[in-house]
Ligand binder design. Structure first.
Ligand SMILES: [Zn+2]
Length: 179
């Protein structure tokens, strides 16, 4: 128990990070936010899972302008991407990041573009403060999310058949609750 307590302290969120998490969760559908909270609590109660990092919501609601800027990544010139990002109130990104496709949905088409959002993206905060997108850790988290609410779809296994190899594309950090 002492060890568990120490681990919790080590990966605890700062006050500002906790406020950001609360704000992001407040912008997603209540049922989705509830399932996330249940899954997070289970994760935090498991010392082995906690070793993989602390789950965090990297995005809930996303405006159509933000979505358009993300869609431009890997498809438009860096100059055009920077202009779109500026218009959406987003900070600059590196040239390498600008050349990487990060979404297949145009502005307004993503399930993140609803208010409240139908989707949220998850990553894992590490002890050293870095953020990791680890597919294996996300798979483990997806099981807790699905256990909390069976209606939730995960981007690593869209059809929910327990297989991740039979998908046409993966969006590992992505969870959504539609309808
Ligand atoms: Zn997403």
């Amino acid at each position: 128990m002492v060890q568990l307590f120490r681990l919790r302290v080590m990966v605890a969120l700062s006050k500002a990070q906790a406020a950001t998490q609360a704000a992001r969760l407040a912008q997603v559908r209540p049922e989705l936010a509830k399932a996330y909270s249940v899954a997070l609590a289970r994760w935090m109660g498991d010392r082995k899972l906690l070793l993989l990092g602390l789950p965090i919501v990297t995005q809930g609601y996303r405006s159509a302008a933000e979505q358009a800027a993300l869609y431009a990544q890997g498809r438009e010139t860096p100059c055009r991407i920077y202009r779109l990002r500026k218009a959406a109130g987003l900070p600059d990104i590196s040239a390498a990041e600008a050349g990487r496709i990060v979404t297949y949905k145009r502005g307004g088409q993503s399930n993140h573009n609803h208010e409240p959002s139908w989707a949220l993206d998850v990553a894992h905060l590490q002890v050293d403060g870095s953020v990791r997108w680890d597919n294996a850790a996300l798979l483990l988290f997806s099981r807790l999310m699905r256990a909390a609410d069976k209606r939730i779809a995960w981007g690593g296994d869209w059809d929910g058949d327990g297989q991740t190899a039979d998908e046409t594309f993966h969006d590992w950090p992505h969870f959504e609750l539609i309808g």
